[in-house]
Design a protein around this ligand. Structure first.
Ligand code: SAH
Ligand code: SF4
Ligand code: F3S
Length: 490
């Protein structure tokens, strides 16, 4: 919930994929991912593609023949982090060169798209800058780098990158565990006045229905139990089902819900304007659609919402939540908030606090407004002092934190289904997630990775729930024979 922390801790870790065979000629790639889940997904796909190209992943940057940074441009801090990392990589490259080793450096992601060649001017250590729409050209771009070129690939490709990127292999999927991301939509047409995403990721595009279903089946076949559908504006997904009928995200989720082995579905991130009836109905009708919804509102003040070009009022948002809660009464909500958008007064901020008190979020992400080059917000009057942004952020965080722990406390004594995901931190423990995405610590004897177990919550930890419970997994989760080598997501 800190400023600058868009993602949970595990999204900040290196997500190099499990690929490649060891051998004398194997080159090693170190991938570091910043920003949102869509970057995590892209890094996996790039890692998989590089695996075909003879690269083996490494967790140690010192050993890497290729360092790939998948970057985020959302706030100034996020973008600046890349340059300090590139400074360290420059030193590393010099040390490796002294040992006769070559190191190539590639910058992908939203900073690559936003800054292009400028990155090489500022950090000459960089050999390749590649934007999110051209990842399928990565092997070709690296071949050009090998010939001594500095390469910048930031044109929007006419071809479909997902069609062109090699499909992940079964062993690659298995290596990543029982939960998976699946990008179904990219780009954004909303143009909120604070946000760079429409510029870095381009216009809204939906991946075709058949492509999504095929990928989801491959994930399920490799033992994945939970899929999170991703998109910058995921609920704007639109397509045609196998009969040619036009469907939205709700329709797509209906089709995914019947894939054998898939026990849980989630989606993120949604815009309130695109929560249509079909999607709300999916929350009512599909038990596998988890009762947790990340629905950012940014502010509770209509004046600020208008200046942000969110195109809804606070009341529209609250009425929408009424409809969603009617469909799925136990739904837990999560949101994003910005403090100190230009022109935000104490009263505007108070309206945000009021909205938060009314909604009672189960979790939230909060950010101080960061003016981004090229966005309308940056040129607006009434920029708010850093200290005021900060004070508001602290006040908002305190309230959200209180609600979050009250929500967790309210689950003590209740029975919840938990997807077991990985070994716990301590011997004798395993770790999973509640339907509401909370980490749950369980006794090891209760089940195996990939099982969905019913447990009673006995207490709450600082960021998790502790459970005691029955050992019998649900019948649908007995898939151990089909995925014998499943490992945890580290
Ligand atoms: N597509 C998603 C979120 C994209 S960015 C959506 O519309 O909700 C994730 C979050 O970062 C946003 O919800 C917003 O809260 C925050 N954010 C985006 N631009 C920002 C900026 N310039 N300063 C501070 N926070 C920002
Ligand atoms: Fe950015 Fe707004 Fe699009 Fe979300 S909906 S990605 S905040 S422009
Ligand atoms: Fe960051 Fe780009 Fe995601 S700016 S939040 S990595 S879409």
């Amino acid at each position: 919930m800190d400023d600058g922390a868009l993602t949970s801790d595990d999204l900040k870790t290196d997500r190099t994929s499990e690929t490649g065979k060891t051998g004398a000629n194997t080159r090693k790639v170190f991938v570091k991912t910043y920003g949102c889940q869509m970057n995590v997904y892209d890094s996996q796909r790039m890692g998989d593609a590089l695996g075909r190209d003879g690269y083996e992943p490494t967790q140690s940057i010192e050993d890497a023949d290729l360092v790939l940074l998948n970057t985020c441009h959302i706030r100034e801090k996020a973008a600046e982090k890349i340059y300090s990392e590139l400074g360290r990589i420059r030193d590393l490259k010099a040390e490796r060169a002294a040992r006769g080793l070559e190191t190539r450096v590639a910058v992908a992601g939203c900073v690559a798209q936003a800054e292009g060649r400028e990155i090489i001017s500022r950090a000459p250590v960089v050999d390749l800058v590649i934007g999110p729409q051209t990842y399928h050209r990565l092997p070709d771009a690296l071949a050009r780098v090998a010939r001594g070129e500095k390469v910048v690939e930031t044109e929007y490709a006419v071809e479909d990158k997902f069609e062109e990127l090699p499909k992940s292999e079964r062993r690659q999927i298995i290596g990543r565990g029982v939960t998976a991301f699946l990008t179904v939509q990219e780009g954004c047409d909303k143009f909120c006045t604070f946000c760079v995403v429409p510029y870095t990721r381009g216009a809204e595009v939906s991946r075709p229905f058949a492509q999504v279903i095929e990928e989801a089946r491959a994930l399920a076949d490799a033992g994945v139990r939970e899929i999170t559908l991703l998109g910058q504006n995921v609920n704007a997904w639109a397509g045609e089902d196998e009969t040619g009928r036009a469907i939205g995200l709700g329709g797509l989720i209906h089709k995914l819900a019947v894939i054998p082995g898939l026990a849980r579905l989630r989606y993120t991130t949604s815009h309130p304007r695109d929560m249509d009836e079909e999607l709300v109905a999916a929350h009512r009708d599909l038990p596998s659609l988890m009762p947790y919804l990340h629905l950012p509102v940014q502010s509770g003040s209509d004046r600020i919402l208008k200046a942000m070009n969110r195109r809804h009022t606070a009341d529209d948002y609250l009425r929408l939540l009424d409809t969603i809660r009617e469909a799925r009464p136990d739904i837990a909500l999560s949101g994003d908030f910005i403090t100190g958008f230009p022109g935000e007064t104490d009263e505007d901020f108070e309206a945000t606090m009021r909205l938060v008190r009314e909604v009672r979020y189960a979790s939230a992400f909060t950010f101080k407004y960061s003016p981004r080059p090229g966005t309308p917000g940056a040129g607006m009057d009434g920029h708010v002092e850093e200290s005021v942004k900060d004070a508001r952020l602290q006040e908002l965080n305190a309230l959200l934190r209180r609600h979050q722990s009250e929500f967790a406390e309210s689950l003590v004594g209740k029975r919840l289904s938990v997807l077991v995901e990985k070994p716990g931190r301590h011997p004798g423990q395993i770790a999973g997630r509640s339907p509401y995405l909370q980490p749950v610590v369980l006794p090891e004897a209760i089940g195996e990775i990939g099982d969905i177990v019913d447990v009673t919550i006995t207490s709450t930890g600082p960021n998790s729930l502790l459970a005691e419970g029955m050992t019998k997994p649900d019948p649908a989760s007995s898939r151990k024979d089909e995925a014998p080598t499943m490992r945890s997501v580290a």
